[in-house]
Design a protein around this ligand. Structure first.
Ligand SMILES: Nc1ncnc2c1ncn2[C@@H]1O[C@H](COP(=O)(O)OP(=O)(O)O)[C@@H](O)[C@H]1O
Ligand SMILES: CC(C)(COP(=O)(O)O)[C@@H](O)C(=O)NCCC(=O)O
Ligand SMILES: [K+]
Length: 274
């Protein structure tokens, strides 16, 4: 029987929070494991103050019947929301918190002009991609993260962040078009039955969904052509599900990659400290 080591932080449940510009994903790990007992997706709201966030976290945990853990790890690309969560968790619940940034990840080599400028979510994706690198025996991985912006994170073996691409997110592109074309209806971003649309809605869906997929495929081909060895490609983020089966250059779809990366990063940091 496994004995729980109460002194070992890696054996305790952990609250993980990934704060994007549109959504915040929270998760609770099972004690000591990498598995998630439950996840929640809430809107990222820059207007909420630390006590609002404390109330939010408390009610999510109450809803699931979970006790609050003693430790949390956060990734934020939406200041000041990350800082507000940290204040809430530390002051109201006495939690120990760790916020991801380049400076506190010595095991990662960020090979950019300004290593400190990379988004924390992209560093989570670096960790989330590790199992794919190992399983596929690839030298490189490219994570395509479909959020507010669409990020391509190019990762090399040995925890190397090599660079990438930032493209306008699919919803942001659609919103910009609707805002400037008076006669166009707001449509659901889903694939139409065929490329040649038979009405305004289908024509828009073709441009926004198939057009977007072609951009992704084209950029992935260009990235692959610049690398000196094969790359495994994985899609994640809010809009990835819509493109599943449409992008030809995407090998895997993995909704939970960023959050699992955040958990993995925390464990690898614990090991580095031991
Ligand atoms: N369940 C869903 N189905 C389809 N599209 C979604 C879904 N959830 C989010 N999106 C789209 O994904 C984008 C936001 O993704 P998300 O991962 O929440 O972004 P961020 O990481 O920037 O917070 C938006 O374009 C949104 O319309
Ligand atoms: C590119 C991003 C806006 C993506 O955020 P998201 O779409 O996930 O909300 C974020 O990772 C960010 O602000 N990055 C800083 C710039 C960089 O990574 O180079
Ligand atoms: K994200």
């Amino acid at each position: 029987m496994a004995r729980v080591n109460h002194a070992d932080p890696a054996a305790q449940p952990l609250l993980v929070i990934d704060i994007g510009n549109t959504s915040t994903v929270l998760g609770l790990t099972d004690g000591g494991g990498r598995g998630l007992r439950e996840t929640w997706r809430v809107r990222t709201n820059r207007d909420l103050l630390p006590d609002d966030l404390a109330r939010q976290v408390r009610s999510l945990f109450a809803m699931g019947g979970h006790a609050l853990p003693r430790q949390a790890v956060l990734s934020s690309v939406a200041p000041p929301v990350g800082e507000n969560y940290v204040q809430a968790l530390e002051r109201r619940f006495g939690m120990q918190t760790f916020s991801v940034n380049t400076a506190n990840l010595p095991q990662v080599s960020v090979e950019l002009d300004d290593p400190g400028g990379v988004g924390a979510d992209r560093l989570c994706n670096l960790f989330g991609a590790q199992p794919y690198l190992e399983r596929e025996g690839a030298q490189y991985a490219v994570v395509v993260d479909f959020g507010t912006s669409t990020n391509f994170d190019v990762i090399g073996r040995g925890h190397r962040f090599l660079g990438g691409i930032l493209a306008t997110g699919a919803q942001v592109s659609a919103d910009a078009l609707f805002a400037r074309a008076a006669k166009l209806p707001r449509i659901a971003l889903e694939a139409p039955p065929r490329t040649i649309g038979k009405n305004t809605v289908q024509a828009l869906q073709s441009g926004l969904v198939f057009g977007y997929a072609e951009m992704v495929d084209g950029l992935l081909r260009r990235v692959r052509a610049e690398l000196d060895a094969p790359a495994v490609t994985i899609a994640t983020g809010g809009f990835a599900g819509v493109l599943e089966g449409i992008c030809r250059e995407v090998d895997f779809y993995d909704e939970g990659l960023t959050l699992r990366g955040l958990i993995e990063m925390w464990h690898s940091r614990q090991q580095a400290e031991d």
